[in-house]
Ligand binder design. Structure first.
Ligand code: FES
Ligand code: FES
Length: 162
């Protein structure tokens, strides 16, 4: 394909060879190739709707150049839900707490929450609020989201402590 670069990356465990323009974001690459579970909001790094895991770290895919992902591994919410136990627990807690309304922010919220908990995140509402502050929600008022993440964090802590 002229004017494009070929890159190889792993998406949700599958090796893919894809073409991208030099200026394209990872978000656009993903959505152009059918990964619509990655949401497109502000495209300026402000809303967190486009959050994915890049080599296991939560990133806002709209501010990552696709060509810089050559040789790397990406996981979207679809690649985590049903496969990753922590993600499944967060999804369940979001549903039970009514932390999902329109659902647009939810994939990014759950990936950001999972990132917090995987990196030793505590059951502390203030710390959770801070960790989730890069993800915006227009519907829920945030409290139910914080409650859902808090519940999973508290369960994890009690499991570790026995
Ligand atoms: S779409 Fe990426 S942060 Fe808003
Ligand atoms: S549930 Fe609608 S933006 Fe968060």
């Amino acid at each position: 394909m002229s004017g494009t670069l070929q890159i190889s990356l792993k998406i949700n465990g599958e090796s893919r060879v894809l073409h991208t323009a030099a200026h394209s974001s990872l978000l656009n690459l993903l959505r152009d190739n059918g990964y619509f579970d990655v949401k497109c909001g502000c495209e300026q790094g402000d809303c967190g709707a486009c959050t994915v895991l890049l080599d296991g770290i939560a990133v806002k895919s709209c501010v990552i150049l696709a060509m810089n992902c050559d040789g790397h591994e990406v996981r979207t919410i679809k690649g985590l839900g049903g496969h990753d136990r922590l993600t499944s627990r967060l999804q369940k807690a979001f549903v039970e707490h009514g932390a999902i309304q329109c659902g647009f922010c939810t994939p990014g919220m759950i990936i950001a929450a999972g990132d917090y908990l995987r990196h030793d995140g505590r059951a502390d509402r203030e710390q959770i609020r801070r960790a989730m502050s890069g993800n915006l929600c227009r519907c829920t008022g945030y409290q139910k989201i914080i409650d859902a993440v808090y519940e999973v964090a508290a369960e994890l802590e009690s499991e570790v402590c026995g």
